[in-house]
Design a protein around this ligand. Sequence first.
Ligand code: ADP
Length: 372
Amino acid sequence: MSTLATTTPTGPSVIRFERARKEYPDGTVAVNGLDLEVAEHELMALVGPSGCGKSTTLRMANRLVELTSGRVLVEGDDISRTDPVALRRRIGYVIQNVGLFPHRTVGQNIATVPALLGWDRQRIRSRTGELLELVGLEPGVYSGRYPHQLSGGERQRVGVARALAADPPVLLMDEPFGAVDPEGRRRLQQEFWRIQRELGTTVMLVTHDIDEAVRLGDRIAVFSQGGTLEQLTDAVNLLARPATGMVADFVGQGRAVRLLGIGELTLDDLETGRFPTPTGPAPAPLLGPASALRLGSRLDDAFAALAASGGQAVPVAGTAAGGAAIVGVLTPDGLLGALRRITAESAAAEEAEAAEAAEAAEAADDGAAARG
Ligand code: ADP
């Protein structure tokens, strides 16, 4: 789902950590001098092994954890100077196991922050209905239920709806899909991603699951012990070029497979001059009709279709928008080419950025020399 975001944020920064440090009273240094910026509308995933300071970092942004030194700015305000209660009303927060109020209905749970903000009843009711629909729960069915009358996945959806109720510009999520079974989790991730794009909410999401980070993050921050930022980049770059040994280990053996999961098929990956002329008996399909491929299909679906065809050329239809005509065929070489293409695209973007940064630094030096 991730697009090939560049490694520097494009919008203004909404959350900014400056030399942020947290030392707990027992002497544990959870985060040590973190500099990090989350851009407007960005979904940043914080990922890393257990205990590396991800949750502490997240909780510094809504003052559930107070910094030992450094500062955190939210929409330009130094949050140590803002009222923590007011701050938390403007920042949504979703945690694993959600923490819904057990004796309040789904509707009342979602209405928590709007009620605190003094919205009138009609506005609250219409917002609650709208949000339930957004997260895929029929308001007439779910609004009056209590949390114990919901499945784990449904509770998680209500948790997301509650966090979005007052349309906060910033949403902090700590292992938000952790309590959901793998299949439900994938579906929730997909739906959440759609909602986030639609609302444009700036999100910081903590996960220990590299696949979740790669699927959802515009950029991914990989942490190691002590809240040390090992690498901050987009999904393709992370998978194709882990910056340190720690990142390579964490991203693990399945890197190529994960790359397949985020790339998409383009016309350049196809042979357009010929149509498939399978020789010999047609192989039995393993994974459904190979002809289901179209431009814009994900590369892992393309891989499955090639496997189902016994490694022969697979026809690819129309445009991603829905054209039906066959525009070319995908071969195993074409698929390899596609993998190389997405890796090269991200490398080119990274180089362009490095060049731009060097130019900017040079211009600043020239300016300083001219003044001096
Ligand atoms: P993560 O979210 O990456 O698993 P945390 O931010 O929860 O990591 O924790 C980072 C480190 O800080 C860990 O060593 C953890 O044991 C420690 N820690 C977290 N909360 C506290 C606390 N309240 N008191 C003391 N140490 C803590």
